[in-house]
Design a protein around this ligand. Structure first.
Ligand code: C5P
Length: 226
């Protein structure tokens, strides 16, 4: 049998499409590094807000991206995001941060800095990275690119469940509105917009279980030598 390769796997899709849960489990099964690129954009937004700066100020968000040092670790609570030595896993998922990401993620200087960090993490392969521009910008050479999709209703239900499980109250219609707005800004920004790479495998997750999604991606990865 040919020795297994350490490939790069790019998983892109809109909010709530199941990227994180799928990517995390695929990384575990293959013994690969899991990279949540959204956590980086969230962390930079968190730094800007905590400094009392304006997320629309391009210099403030560039400075925050420059000073951000990331560490990702897995412990008994799951994947943790450590930003400049502080565990920010939960705080970066609050609605305040989520609703202020768009101008930060649209800033080309921020994207350039974060894309460089993402590439450095994946330089030796053996990585499952998820986000919006992984297959189209960050790892254009990924051996496996997956684009996950699900209906807006299904994605909003999933996000509502996640927030409620963390004790955050949810107004469904408001969340639906926020998700639509985020889809719009993610797919229309000039840099790093959410696009389907022409060589991506497309999966609609509306009717699939997490186990089915994971099994499918692992099978595709094995076919490519992982
Ligand atoms: O995936 P998640 O919902 O955590 O991402 C948060 C936000 O970060 C997205 O709405 C998007 O604007 C931004 N993002 C991005 N590029 C990525 C990943 C996330 O612009 N590769």
């Amino acid at each position: 049998m040919a020795p297994r390769k350490k490939i790069k796997i790019a998983i892109d899709g809109p909010a709530g499409s199941g990227k994180s849960s799928t990517a995390k489990r695929v990384a575990e099964e293959l013994g690969y590094l899991f990279l949540d690129s959204g956590a980086m954009y969230r962390s930079v937004t968190f730094l800007v807000l905590r400094d009392g700066a304006d997320p629309h100020d391009p210099d403030a968000s560039r400075a925050a991206a420059q000073k951000a040092r990331f560490r990702f670790k897995r412990d008994d609570r799951g994947e943790r995001v450590i930003l400049n030595g502080e565990d920010v896993t939960d705080v970066i998922r609050t609605p305040l941060v989520t609703n202020n990401i768009a101008p930060v993620a649209a800033n080309p200087a921020v994207r350039e800095i974060l894309v460089k960090k993402q590439r450095a993490l994946g330089k030796n392969g053996g990585i499952v990275a998820e986000g919006r521009d992984i297959g189209t910008v960050v790892f254009c050479d990924a051996e496996l690119k997956v684009f996950l999709m699900a209906s807006i209703d299904e994605r909003t239900k999933r996000r509502a469940r996640e927030l409620r499980a963390r004790g955050i109250p949810v107004d469904f219609d408001r969340l639906l509105h926020d998700m639509k707005r985020r889809d719009q800004s993610d797919s229309t920004r000039e840099h790093g917009a959410l696009k389907i790479a022409p060589d991506a495998v497309h999966i609609d997750t509306s009717e699939l279980t997490l186990d089915e999604q994971v099994a499918f991606v692992v099978e595709q990865a094995r076919k490519r030598g992982a």
